[in-house]
Ligand binder design. Structure first.
Ligand code: B12
Ligand code: SF4
Length: 320
């Protein structure tokens, strides 16, 4: 499993990571999740090129190479795939980059696109039968009840600033610049609380302590389930494990309307939330269809979240 290098942008935190002696902010959760869906009998290795290097011996060892990535990794993915092909390896590609633009990658043998819960089983069946097709895709969106616990054992956790965990996919909103709803839909599809607890147990068993990022598109996409199922389970887990983890996540600004929910999150161990602010200008918000931010006093919203105990980080896409 290979994860290409990310370019040097704000989000790669290249310079900031040196201060905390880490090589990358987060592990490649997509590949770790896909690894857990592969046959148990297959031997697996992960090389994240953001924390290590792939040598000729690594490529020589592998029969199959699985590559993931975002559009931001387009160029490094291309170089990596060329290397794998030159070494005579069969390349299987999936994840957001290839789901968005698989037509641009002529050298890849097999594309397993969209969410692997639906497309990987067909590939594995055909591959074992020696008749794998070039493209596996779907327009359906899976429920997450069968999504396995990522294979954390494949990653060297000490090299990362934080771990990631995904509770839900999808977002009820429709911001014009965002790829999330096109890929994951408007309905918030969630894992069960017991699945999330199993992931926390696995992270703790792998020796992790510290920060865990809930990488949900919008953590409050289904407030009822969050309030009644997930947060009570997190609060109990943290109590039993002496608050082993601190959590942070991404949410829409209407979180500020629900003080009880915000306080429940803080009790569960959330200490920060990333909010899509974009711009305080009404015209700008209307232009990018960010209706959830319109007509609000966003400064007051931010203060309210801070008073409840959350550090607020803001995504600002437009000049303010
Ligand atoms: C965490 C995250 C990050 C982390 C990356 C950490 C990391 N190492 O992966 C950080 C914060 C650094 C980040 C940054 C950025 N991100 Co980001 N990020 C996410 C987020 C919220 C979660 C990713 C995740 O872990 N998902 C959970 C896993 C399980 O899902 P998954 O990776 O999609 O994997 C599934 C399938 O895709 C598939 N799959 C994945 N890989 C593979 C490989 C194979 C071989 C197979 C068969 C299947 C397969 O199987 C999995 C199970 O279904 C997603 C949104 C999302 N819902 O995914 C955006 C997302 C991936 N990011 C996105 C973007 C645009 C960015 C930025 C460019 C933002 C910016 N403007 O700067 C930057 C680029 C990074 C850089 N350094 O320059 C877009 C990507 C769009 C695209 N088509 O490529 C997304 C989809 C969000 C969006 N706004 O639309 N991001
Ligand atoms: S609220 Fe966030 S996840 Fe939802 S559509 Fe807007 S930018 Fe995308």
């Amino acid at each position: 499993m290979l994860y290409p290098e990310v370019p040097n942008t704000f989000w790669s935190f290249k310079h900031a990571l040196k201060f905390v002696r880490k090589r990358a902010a987060l592990p490649p959760l997509g590949l770790l999740t896909v690894a857990a869906m592969l046959p148990e009998a297959w031997e697996k290795r992960l090389i994240d090129l953001n924390v290590g290097e792939v040598g000729e011996a690594d490529l020589g060892w592998a029969d199959l190479v699985f590559v993931s990535g975002m559009i931001a990794q387009r160029e490094s993915a291309r170089v990596l795939i060329e290397r794998c092909r030159a070494a005579g390896k069969t390349v299987v590609a999936g994840g957001p980059l290839f789901t968005s633009e698989h037509g641009e990658f002529g050298e890849v043998d097999h594309f397993v696109l969209n969410e692997a819960e639906l497309t990987l089983p067909g590939f594995l069946r055909d591959f074992e039968a020696g008749q794998a097709k070039r493209v596996y895709t779907t327009t359906e969106l899976p429920e997450l009840g069968d999504t396995p616990v990522p294979l954390w054992g494949l990653a060297d956790l000490r090299r990362y600033g934080s771990m990631s965990l995904q509770y839900s996919r999808g977002c009820p909103f429709d911001c014009e610049f965002c790829d999330v709803t096109a890929k994951f839909g408007h309905r918030s599809r969630t894992k069960s609380a017991s699945q999330v607890i199993a992931e926390l147990d696995a992270l703790a068993a792998a020796g992790w302590r510290g920060s865990v990022f809930f990488v949900d598109d919008n953590f409050i996409g289904n407030k009822r389930k969050l309030r009644e199922e997930l947060l009570p389970a997190l609060i109990e887990w943290q109590r039993v494990h002496h608050r082993r983890f601190t959590f942070y996540t991404e949410a829409s600004i209407n979180l500020a309307d629900d003080e009880a929910l915000t306080r429940q999150m803080v009790t569960a161990g959330f200490d920060a939330v990333f909010i899509g602010i974009e711009t305080p200008e009404e015209a700008g918000l209307a232009e990018c269809n960010k209706r959830q931010n319109r007509g609000r006093d966003m400064l007051e919203d931010i203060k309210r979240l801070q008073r409840a105990g959350l550090e607020v980080q803001g995504g600002i896409h437009r000049r303010v």
